[in-house]
Ligand binder design. Structure first.
Ligand code: CTP
Length: 319
């Protein structure tokens, strides 16, 4: 049986964090890259053994009711009750039901996007996925504007919206939500206990102000299923990042997948400094042993898939 070689080795990759960017040279965007349709289909089939993006992208209304108790995925001893607001915002059918797109962009948040000029190219894809409500307006030339799905870890409310301490921050968040204008807002509400209030605040804002977004709350099994898939392919991730989750989901409904803003290294390919996020001053957390993510390891796997034509990584300027 033909295997997809993702990690390129049969043992867990040893990550030398000293000077990783040098080892990760990716051809410039203009270099010849060919989509490998056969491989993409094989990966989709393999992933379908672990999860189905159509179902796992969101818990549906029929499966929960207000008052139900949910154990957090990463804090099994802690529970939350399904609130009326959360229930009201659960979709009745999957927002990805029967969806198929010719090309999808997944936009990570690395500072490598700055001065990339990739905005136009990103906006040309049939479906554009973004992460953690990252701002677009001020960075349109480099990151584009089109947003079909955007994720929102509850921690974003603290980090980017000051935990809505006053009316100004509430208004800022509200404006950002209004700007989504009908796209899918994907909120991992059941992952870790810390996000409970933040998810409730956002739900309340959406309902109170009739914000035009299609909310989705990933299934309870998604994270373990994604991790299971990558572990089976010898990619020993601790907890998949949002970006990797999005790629794994996208294989189900995207024919070709293009990744931008994936670069978890402090230096670019020319050894110039790269910001961790293109839009804020957050520092590199992935070097800390305490970080739940193993981004450079994920990157290595994605790079290997790029080389095999299963996805296209752009880490420099767009043509
Ligand atoms: N990313 C990357 N390199 C960076 C920053 C981000 O490759 N320097 C990718 C990662 O796949 C990440 C995605 O872009 O998941 C979105 O970035 P961020 O919002 O920082 O992601 P999270 O995984 O949600 O990180 P955290 O858990 O810290 O919120």
């Amino acid at each position: 049986r033909a295997e997809v070689v993702i990690n390129g080795s049969s043992s867990p990759a040893v990550v030398d964090r000293s000077n990783e960017s040098i080892k990760h040279n990716i051809q410039p965007a203009s270099a010849k890259w060919r989509h490998n349709q056969t491989l993409s289909l094989r990966i989709r089939k393999q992933i379908l053994k672990f999860l189905d993006a159509e179902k796992d992208i969101s818990v549906l209304k029929g499966t929960l009711k207000p008052g139900d108790i949910i154990h957090y995925i990463f804090d099994r001893d802690s529970t939350m009750n399904v609130s009326q607001n959360l229930y009201d915002l659960l979709p009745r059918t999957s927002p990805l039901k029967n969806k198929h797109f010719q090309t999808c962009a997944i936009v990570g948040n690395s500072g490598v996007l700055l001065n990339s000029g990739c905005g136009q190219e990103i906006d040309m894809h049939s479906f554009v996925i973004r992460c953690n409500l990252a701002p677009v307006q001020e960075y349109a030339r480099d990151v584009g504007l089109k947003t079909d799905l955007v994720t929102m870890n509850p921690s974003v409310i603290q980090r980017a919206f000051e935990d809505l301490v006053n009316a100004t921050w509430r208004e800022k968040l509200l404006q950002r939500l209004h700007s989504l204008n009908g796209s899918i807002l994907w909120i991992p509400a059941f992952m870790a206990r810390g996000g409970k209030e933040r998810v409730e605040w956002v739900n309340e804002l959406i309902l109170k102000h009739r914000v035009n977004v299609r909310t989705a709350y990933p299934s309870l099994r998604l994270l373990h299923a994604v991790r299971g898939y990558w572990l089976t392919n010898k990619v020993h991730i601790k907890r998949p990042t949002t970006g990797l989750l999005m790629y794994t989901l996208a294989t189900r409904f995207c024919n070709q997948i293009y990744l931008y803003g994936f670069w978890p290294f402090p230096l670019d390919q020319n050894q110039n400094p790269v910001k961790y996020h293109y839009y804020d001053s957050l520092k590199y957390g992935y070097t800390s042993q305490a970080s739940p993510h193993t981004m450079p390891l994920e990157f290595k796997a994605l790079k290997s898939l790029h080389e095999q034509g299963a996805l296209k990584l752009t880490v420099g300027q767009c043509d």
